[in-house]
Design a protein around this ligand. Sequence first.
Ligand code: NAP
Length: 510
Amino acid sequence: MDQATVVDVFIVGAGFSGLGAAIRLTREGFDDLVVVDRGRDVGGTWRDNTYPGAACDVPSHLYSYSFALNPDWSRAFSPQSEIFEYIRGVAAESGVLDKIRFGVEVLSAEYDEGRERWAVHTSDGDFDARVLISAAGVLCEPKMPEIEGISDFSGDVFHTARWDHSIPLAGRRVAVIGTGASAIQVVPSIASEVGHLDVYQRTAPWVLPRIDRHYPRLERSLYKKVPGLQRLVRGLQYVSREFQVVGLTRTRAALAPIRALGRAQLLRQVRDRDLRRKLTPRFEIGCKRILLSNTWYPALSRANVDVITDPIARVASEGVVTADGLEHPADVLVVATGFHVTDSPAFERIRGVDGRSLAEKWESDGMEAYKGTTVAGYPNMFVLIGPATGLGHSSMIYMIESQLNYVADAMRTMRERGLRTVDVRESVQDAYNEELRAGTADTVWVAGCQSWYLDDKGNAPAVWPDFTFSFRNQTREFDLSAYRRTAEEDAPGATDRGTVAVAGHGSVTR
Ligand code: NAP
């Protein structure tokens, strides 16, 4: 590590979570930090997902940093370009841009037990950091489907998160694989332009109306001029979304109104009985992310669009072959099959005290953390949007900011008490996760459907199974007693809690 750049905090990723961490920690006085991002700009998933129709399905007043509300949102659900501009604007105003290195990929991050530091190897040199913050994102590693022959397709193939804008679609035969949140935005946006569109549906999703509207200039100026108005609207949006949690986690009966709304929309928008039968969801609403669209069913009802429900057998050189033996010709294949979540390649690159990668640990023990943020055996590491923090119903930025409260308080606590390292106790982490699993057992996510919330054992380690305010409460303060820690020699913290000296490690508290 002779050539390594020494830094206090190393942050991986400059999306909403990594940028938020850089801003928050700088404000708390931890400004010796470096952020790296493999992309060329901030924004993470909002930089990468440029597919036609990309937009957020959480209202924009709620889907913003609490410290950077934007009175100028043009509409209730902003398009990707506006969210991307928002995060770029926040980054520019925050003063942390000069701490971010773009086009830099983390190759590995290994905890050096002897030095109690993180050795981070990147495509632009090595770093030696006290604290590692993984803000690499969750919905960022495109998952290509394992379909025989797909690599031999003679036309163009691309994933929604890597949209190739150089490929013309007008008048051509396009196939879209998948009917999740990305596909339902792409399909209505391209259906009128393409010659023919085949939509390959494995599972019919629940689709509710999208109650979107343009914000007139008067309303936007009121948000600027009337103190508290925007926060009030944001608060109401927050509370109304939190009501869904009752149905998702506690009483299925509470889902009845939205189930009825979904059925009514299907009945109203799809007159063709055969098509309606194909599009009728056969699983409990909420088990997969509930989709919002007013244009999905009308797009699928168009004369130039076919919904194909026969399973895909293979991809041939000039089209898609379904299990019934039919070949459906296509010029362009759009893959809308989601992301690696519980099996992200990012996990392979981080190694803790025993040299085990997070991927190996989570493969054998399940994807588990403590309060979604710290992992036993990975001292001084904080994972943003870690295990059991994912949401389908509300804003991930709320969860990220809750985690940032916890991380900031951890850093303050370490500073005040003279601690070199904190490492969550395995027993505390296990008990926490046992409780989480018990809390998830009756939720809708494990009600029998397949989704990215689940791992290959059928557990739902990616999703937060409760009201989001209970996560906010859990993460309000850093609970030092849950952690093993080592203290600086002679630090006040060392004597406070009965520490023992350990050769080469400062001292360790058990
Ligand atoms: P996704 O929700 O994981 O959906 C993937 C789709 O591809 C599903 O319909 C799935 O079918 C299908 N699929 C996967 N493998 C397949 C295969 N081998 N053959 C045929 N079909 C296959 O992915 P996504 O739509 O990209 O969305 C991921 C997440 O990103 C969302 O849940 C959401 O959290 C976020 N997102 C948000 C927005 C927004 O805010 N508006 C927009 C886009 C994405 P099955 O259902 O049968 O598995």
